[in-house]
Design a binder for this molecule. Structure first.
Ligand code: GLN
Length: 537
């Protein structure tokens, strides 16, 4: 087994996850069985309890693990579903060690950070590798070189390198700024981040140099010389408009062969043609005039003076996959639900609107106003989780005449609780048992014959990923159906509403699950494809 550690330097947010996913995909295309694991430095047991503005999207796996958005990149680039062994937070590692200590599993020894925590880190790497029976495991270390938080992961890397010198390499992703006032690409911060790694006993084998542009030969030489590498080990990773080009950029610069050489592996295949086909389709779509304007109405965009799309990354990617597959260039806009409430005309000109997942009461009236506008003006609408619940509330209030209809998440004493807490969830909330206790992961869903939903899926059953505590209240089902509202997907026992739709509308579908989590570049999600088609019409 071979191990490729990946760390980042200089700044966060330089696309470590995408680079790791790209390298894993390249090794897979060279004929090796690979698996990634992400180590997150924070003490939360999982990403499920974190605010999306701070942390970005919570990506949910089939087995219900609530993970970091990088797992989404891994699945999309590898076109494979991963399991909970591909994620470990520092908190979860301490948790295991401390539980073992309480059970006297360490037989009375001193339990220490170095030895016990580092060994648990190495055990997690083994666990995911054995679980998937792979040739190469990619280990992405969250955070940035030089900070305290990820020291123990780097220490585990150092220890494994001593034990298996021929089987472990380290790829460092660093950043070279081009300050406007200087007008020149500067390599000093990158040199310093490598020095930070050296200080903890790690010498990188390859450097991925993120920058606005590709490095010129003099910068490559300088960085190679100062870090003790050969120029071939410095790979440019310039900004791209299409992230799916990243693996091809790497391949062109010989990264795969370089990795194989360092790990003493021989290439077994050359299987990038499907990916190349997809990327050329994307590039063609991007040059086209056939744009599709999609608005996402949410609340997790603002951080200080800046707008970040991280909270909805899978929704954005799913829109792109579907648009590219149809030859359209998507133009995605973030619309603040609060602003839409004040001025619904902000929605004018969009060909399709999405209300994505969400929690709590802030801005829900803006989401409901958005949905009313889409329903009445026949604008294609896709509601994801909270967006499906809001569509049900809108219909209750404005079509069924149930004034004040609401979800009990927002108003616990509403007279018309058309969305209410799931019975087993109520007990958990009363006990303040919040962590990893939502209805999570993949659940089967039966599709109703001859509905738009069923036609789009082109099958009678599906399985989709969930993350919620509230559900459609079955007491209102008959009343909705009588008014033409269709429940086009339910749990196999018929008890849980999973998908709703409005016939007679160009596209009005809401899902209790998150279809965006299963959309992949090479297999776009059918509901997103249907939504984009309707938007184009
Ligand atoms: N807040 C809603 C619930 O818990 C919807 C969750 C979501 O959109 N992921 O049911």
């Amino acid at each position: 087994m071979k191990y490729i550690f990946v760390s980042g330097g200089v700044i966060s947010g330089i696309g470590k996850g995408i680079a790791t996913a790209s390298m894993a995909m390249l090794l897979k295309s060279a004929g090796f069985k690979v698996v990634p694991i992400k180590f997150d430095p924070y003490l939360n047991i999982d990403a499920g309890t974190m605010n999306p503005i701070e942390h970005g999207e919570v990506f949910v796996l089939d087995d219900g693990a609530e993970t970091d958005q990088d797992l989404g990149h891994y699945e999309r680039f590898l076109n494979e579903s991963l399991n909970k062994h591909s994620i470990a937070t520092q908190g979860s590692i301490y948790w295991t060690v401390l539980q073992k200590e309480r059970n006297l599993e360490y037989g009375g020894t001193n339990v220490d950070v170095v030895t016990h925590i580092t060994e648990e880190i190495l055990r997690r790497i083994d666990l995911v590798a054995k679980d998937k029976d792979v040739d190469v495991v990619f280990i992405e270390i969250g955070g940035t070189a030089g900070e305290y938080q990820n020291m123990l992961f780097l220490e585990a890397n150092r220890l494994l390198k001593i034990r298996k010198p021929d089987d472990v390499i380290h790829v460092h992703i660093t950043y070279l700024p081009i300050p406007h006032s200087i007008g020149e690409m500067k390599s000093k911060p990158a040199q310093m981040s490598v020095r930070d790694l050296n200080a903890v006993g790690i010498q990188p084998d390859i450097i991925l140099a993120r920058a606005e542009r590709s490095l010129d030969s003099s910068r490559i030489k300088k960085l190679a010389m100062s870090t003790g590498l050969e120029p071939e080990d410095i790979i440019s990773a310039p900004d791209v408009t299409n992230i799916y080009e990243v693996p091809l950029n790497f391949e062109e610069q010989g990264l795969t062969n370089r990795i194989l050489k360092k790990l003493r592996l021989k290439r077994k295949s050359q299987a990038l043609s499907e990916w190349r086909g997809f990327v050329s389709k994307v590039n063609k779509s991007q040059k086209q005039e056939k744009t599709i304007k999609i608005g996402i109405v949410g609340k997790y965009f603002a951080t200080g003076d800046f707008t970040l799309a991280d909270a909805y990354i899978s929704v954005i990617e799913a829109i792109k996959h579907a648009s590219f597959s149809l030859g359209f260039k998507p133009e995605i806009a973030w619309l603040d639900a609060g602003k839409v409430l004040a001025e619904v005309d902000l929605l004018k000109g969009y060909q399709g609107i999405i209300v994505p997942g969400g929690f709590g009461s802030r801005d829900i009236e803006g989401k409901i106003a958005t949905i009313k506008y889409c329903r009445e003006n026949k604008i294609p609408y896709l509601g994801l989780c909270y967006g499906m619940q809001m569509a049900s509330i809108e219909f209750a209030r404005n079509v069924l005449g149930l004034t004040g209809a609401n979800t009990t998440e927002v108003n616990s004493t509403t007279k018309c609780p058309v969305i209410h807490i799931m019975p087993d969830q109520e007990k958990k909330l009363l006990k303040k048992d919040y962590g990893a206790t939502m209805r999570l992961g993949a659940w089967d869903c039966v599709l109703k014959k001859d509905t738009l939903t069923q036609k789009l899926y082109a099958k009678n059953e599906t399985s989709e990923r969930h993350r919620h505590r509230y559900e459609f209240n079955n007491e209102y089902r008959a009343q909705y159906e009588a008014a033409g509202f269709v429940f086009s997907g339910t749990s196999p026992d018929g008890k849980l509403v999973e998908i709703i739709e409005l016939p007679g509308h160009p596209f009005f579908i809401g899902t209790q699950f998150h279809p965006e989590l299963k959309s992949r570049p090479l297999s776009p999600h059918p509901l997103f494809v249907g939504f984009i088609k309707a938007a184009a019409r």
